[in-house]
Design a protein around this ligand. Structure first.
Ligand SMILES: Nc1ncnc2c1ncn2[C@@H]1O[C@H](COP(=O)(O)OP(=O)(O)OP(=O)(O)O)[C@@H](O)[C@H]1O
Length: 342
């Protein structure tokens, strides 16, 4: 649905040249929600603005819905761009116009007859849950409500693709979550392909199917969200995953480690899918002469799959501890010993 083929973008100013995009190849399939994450300056905005040619690449091809946008001009390009909606971090609503008129903008541009326009705007306001705000002005709305209006406006021309440019960065966590749920509905109910750029891994975790990680204008890692969360390869990706799953040793665990004992070891058991750690722990106690205490757990769901880790304290004599560790290693779980210097 969206394809980038060797796309580069060079910005030249008097003082310097910046390669904001460097040979980017990206594919977003129809019906998917894809995310692009990166730190400030990685090139995310340039990438998303290149999808609808708000930013024209210096090199390469941008193909959306089967059309090579980078080869189109004039009216043909305008028409193709109507198939791509966009929402923004700061909403970009017209302050002097009512909510109704803001949503109506794309429809007025293509001279939609009044009765049809009214019906469509009302339908969209209902979809985003703000039918009662039609005659309000943007300044009378909360941030979350403004973004809902942004979404309604972006959907007015029935686009096949929706671009979300840091759409939740100005919102508090609860409002962020409700906007992300709304985007999920847009994707499911209207089969709109969604591309999101963000610097928050939580956003990726909550709604994306796939994610690409950007650094210095390049995509350094790409995959399903579950794969990227469970097996991040690049250090930058690991840092992003860590921002969601705090990986530091908690203070209570640190204290046990500092006390140190021949008879105590602490393990971190990571799991994905149904194979949660619990049956393993009871098996350990049954089979080996050890006691097990769960110290710390971090469990979430990614794409409806349980994913997380348990930190456990295992107590017993050194030989039993060794056998227990070997047994855990043989299972289909990633087990590592937690040490103070790790
Ligand atoms: N119009 C421009 N002129 C010159 N340089 C630019 C322009 N737009 C972006 N850049 C540069 O291109 C690089 C990528 O910028 P971009 O805004 O795409 O990154 P980003 O990942 O979206 O960052 P942020 O999260 O801070 O918005 C940066 O070094 C930036 O300074």
């Amino acid at each position: 649905m969206i394809e980038f083929k060797n796309v580069s973008k060079l910005f030249k100013t008097n003082e310097r040249e910046v390669k904001a995009l460097d040979q980017v190849n990206l594919f977003v399939d129809e019906g998917q929600i894809s995310g692009v994450i990166g730190f400030s300056g990685a090139g995310k905005s340039t990438l998303i603005r290149s999808v609808n040619l708000l930013e024209r690449p210096t090199e390469g091809e941008v193909i959306v819905n089967g059309q090579t946008l980078t080869s189109l001009k004039g009216g043909q390009l305008q028409k193709a761009k109507r198939n791509i909606g966009m929402i923004f971090q700061h909403f970009n609503l017209l302050q002097s116009k009512t909510v109704f008129e803001n949503v109506a903008v794309p429809l007025r541009l293509v001279r939609t007859p009044n009765a049809k326009l009214k019906e469509r705007v009302q339908e969209l306001l209902e979809f985003v849950g703000l039918s009662d705000k039609a005659s309000s002005y943007p300044e009378q709305l909360s941030g979350g409500q403004k973004q809902r209006i942004g979404i309604a406006r972006a959907l007015a021309s029935n686009p096949a693709v929706l671009l979300c440019d840091e759409a939740t960065s100005a919102l508090d966590p609860e409002t962020t979550s409700s906007i992300l749920q709304l985007l999920k509905r847009v994707n499911k109910e209207f089969n709109v392909t969604i591309l999101i750029i963000t610097h928050e891994m939580g956003v990726i975790r909550e709604i994306c199917d796939r994610v690409a990680v950007m650094e210095e204008g390049r995509i350094i890692e790409e995959g399903t969200v579950l794969d990227i969360f469970s097996k991040p390869q690049h250090q930058t990706t690991k840092n992003f995953v860590r921002s969601v799953f705090k990986d530091q040793i908690p203070a209570s665990v640190r204290r046990i480690l500092e006390r140190g004992s021949e008879k105590t070891r602490i393990y971190k058991i990571e799991f994905i899918g149904e194979s949660s750690g619990k049956p393993l722990l009871s098996e350990l106690v049954r089979r080996f002469d050890v006691d097990v205490n769960v110290l710390f757990g971090n469990i979430t769901e990614i794409q409806d799959t349980p994913f997380g880790s348990l930190t456990v304290e295992v107590q017993g004599d050194p030989a039993s501890l060794e056998s227990a560790f070997r047994f855990m290693k043989e299972k289909d779980l990633l087990v590592s010993e937690v040490k103070l210097d790790a």
